[in-house]
Design a protein around this ligand. Structure first.
Ligand code: BGC
Length: 266
């Protein structure tokens, strides 16, 4: 199976680092023109765009806060100005503001919900409006458009000390499945990926030294995930190779969601 996204245009939110950055690269490698969205880190986003262009691909970096309606509208306008169409949205932007429930402030709660959940709603709505306006062009893809939401194993696994984050990802799951149900008849495919522990900046502490050993106890497959593990799955979900996959949440977690505490007979 050879996957090509040639002729397709992808927006990746939160693409200046981590899984977003790796995904933008992987989509460009597969032939897509990529819009690299960032909020505060312009330099790595611009650098990535230049890297892709130097390698013969197409990319632009665009600043937008995904929790702002105006910013999101402008992000999609700039995408159309630059590349004339939209085929793929990777709604990736996310953040953590960890605190025990005793200490969690309303600001901790709101900021995480606004980026992780409201941001995904705003981006998905803008993308779906564009997919519907464009319709299907089977010379480009069997679908009118594809959305991949960035969820987490914590859409299912409760996570003490992270009530805001876990609630946002639980919300992403039902947002994704509801939208998938609502627009599938328009040949818009909506799915999500639910990564476990991936070695990125968000996990820097948890993936080092003693902390890493503790984390590995939660991962039956015995290794911490790499950005490519997630990016490769996203490329597949964005391609016609997964054309019959609708409303799925793909866990990419080395088995973290399999209740590993029970592996020695409970
Ligand atoms: C979080 C990581 C965490 C992983 C597994 C992810 O969604 O962003 O910080 O290590 O879930 O717990």
């Amino acid at each position: 199976m050879k996957i090509s996204l040639e002729g397709q245009v992808a927006v990746v939110t939160g693409a200046s680092s981590g899984i977003g950055k790796g995904t933008a690269k992987a989509l460009a490698d597969a032939g897509a023109a990529v819009v690299i969205n960032y909020n505060s880190h312009a330099e790595p986003a611009q650098q990535l765009a230049e890297e892709i262009i130097t390698a013969g691909g197409k990319a632009i970096a665009v600043k937008a806060d995904v929790s702002s309606e105006i910013d999101v509208e402008q992000l999609f306008e700039k995408t159309l100005d630059a590349f004339g169409r939209l085929d793929i949205l990777i709604a990736n932007s996310g953040m953590q503001r960890d605190a025990s429930i005793l200490d969690m402030t309303l600001e901790d709660w709101n900021s995480v919900i606004q980026v992780n959940l409201t941001g995904q709603f705003l981006c998905a709505r803008a993308a779906i409006r564009q997919f519907v306006a464009q319709g299907i062009d089977t010379s480009i893809s069997r679908a009118a458009g594809k959305i991949i939401h960035m969820s987490s194993v914590h859409e299912r696994i409760p996570w003490a000390g992270h009530a805001n984050y876990a609630a946002s990802k639980g919300g992403v799951d039902l947002l994704m499945r509801t939208l998938a149900q609502e627009v599938a008849h328009q040949r818009i495919r909506i799915n999500s990926v639910a990564p476990g522990a991936i070695s990125t900046a968000i996990n820097e502490q948890a993936t080092r030294g003693d902390q890493a050993d503790k984390l590995l106890e939660l991962i039956p497959y015995g290794r911490i995930g790499a950005v490519e593990d997630v990016a490769n799955a996203i490329v597949w979900l964005a391609s016609d190779a997964s054309d019959y996959v609708v409303g799925a949440s793909l866990f990419i977690d080395g088995g973290m969601s399999l209740y590993p505490e029970f592996r020695n007979n409970g």
